[in-house]
Design a protein around this ligand. Structure first.
Ligand SMILES: Cc1cc2nc3c(=O)[nH]c(=O)nc-3n(C[C@H](O)[C@H](O)[C@H](O)COP(=O)(O)OP(=O)(O)OC[C@H]3O[C@@H](n4cnc5c(N)ncnc54)[C@H](O)[C@@H]3O)c2cc1C
Length: 291
């Protein structure tokens, strides 16, 4: 049963952060409620004050600017990202990723900011935003700061977010020319959380087919989504070919730290990572050649 709490529904960011400053760690933000309500119903969290930010319309938007890149308000629902023509045309990996997040019902309620702040290591958006070199805008009554998504996740369900802060915006720079990014998750049922997932971004040199930059990010392969930097180094500076992708997959599987649980053993997850990274990188490489 959910313990009684006092409920607030601020209409502006200023109102929300002033409530957070007042009630600090006795309060909890709720956005789409898709994870929060489960935790509250199970008695895992019992805030005295619940601050419902869902009606702050100024945090629900998808904008694009040639110089600044993509800007997504933290309250944008998954489904809006999935179906946005702007995202489908310019950042197709995001709409492809969203198609496999939970069910349509959950995607209609769940917000992109709530997903990142919940920090489930098996969440789908985080690896993709890390591969795209995304940043997060965090706002409190003391001001605002921007952190790289790489530095946001600290441990299972733990982030760099301070008690008095809210996430307001996700920022994605324009990728350099000849860059392709792809994502795939491996799960038992369509829409389930990933057993493991991989996002790969490859940039080819402007002169030839050499890989000038690579990001390989694994989901559900450690306590936080994180880059497989040794695997990235396998690709950077070399001409991409099948055997190199295979080598990168092997390196990623070796540097991952997956757990064993009721869904899969650590060994099984490592095997899948090896294959998944190779497949996603190959898909990426194909995209690069088309740009
Ligand atoms: C059945 C089911 C299946 C799911 N499957 C998947 C899946 O396959 N892949 C996947 O990635 N996700 C999955 N999810 C998660 C879902 O997609 C939502 O993204 C997630 O529940 C959080 O979004 P929300 O807006 O509902 O956040 P809430 O539940 O409202 O909040 C989650 C957490 O984030 C904090 N928070 C929310 N917004 C902010 C903000 N702007 N600033 C600061 N803190 C904030 C809250 O305080 C809370 O701690 C699933 C959820 C369900 C219920």
């Amino acid at each position: 049963m959910i313990k009684n709490f006092e409920y607030f529904a601020p209409k502006t960011i200023e109102e929300a952060i002033s409530l957070l400053a007042r009630y600090k760690d006795e309060s909890k933000i709720i956005a789409g409620g898709q994870s929060m309500l489960i935790l509250m119903r199970q008695g895992l969290i019992a805030p005295e004050y619940v601050i419902d930010i869902k009606s702050i319309s100024a945090m629900d938007y998808i904008n694009f600017d040639e110089n600044e890149g993509l800007r997504i308000g933290a309250l944008t629902p998954h489904r809006a990202i999935e179906t946005s023509p702007l995202i489908r045309d310019g950042f197709s990996v995001l709409s492809e990723m969203e198609q496999n997040v939970a069910s349509v019902e959950t995607r209609n309620w769940g917000t992109i900011g709530g997903n990142l702040c919940h920090a489930d290591p098996a969440g789908d958006p985080a690896p993709v935003f890390i591969a795209l070199k995304g940043k997060l805008k965090l706002v409190s009554s003391n001001g605002e700061r921007t952190v790289a998504i790489d530095d946001f996740f600290k441990d299972y369900f733990e982030t760099a977010l301070r008690d008095e802060e809210i996430l307001t915006e996700i920022q994605v720079p324009n990728p350099p020319p000849r860059t392709g990014t792809a994502y795939r998750k491996f799960s038992i049922l369509q829409g389930d959380y990933a057993l493991v997932s991989a996002a790969v971004s490859i940039t080819l040199s402007s002169k030839d087919e050499t890989c000038s930059d690579a990001r390989i990010v694994l989901g559900a392969a450690a306590s936080v989504p994180r880059r497989a930097e040794r695997a990235e180094k396998v690709l950077i500076g070399k001409k991409i070919k099948d055997s190199l992708l295979q080598e990168a997959g092997k390196a990623a599987s070796e540097e991952a730290s997956p757990i064993s649980d009721m869904n899969a053993s650590e060994e099984y997850r490592r095997e899948v990572i090896e294959v998944l990274v190779k497949q996603v990188a190959a898909e990426d490489w194909k995209r690069d050649k088309q740009t």
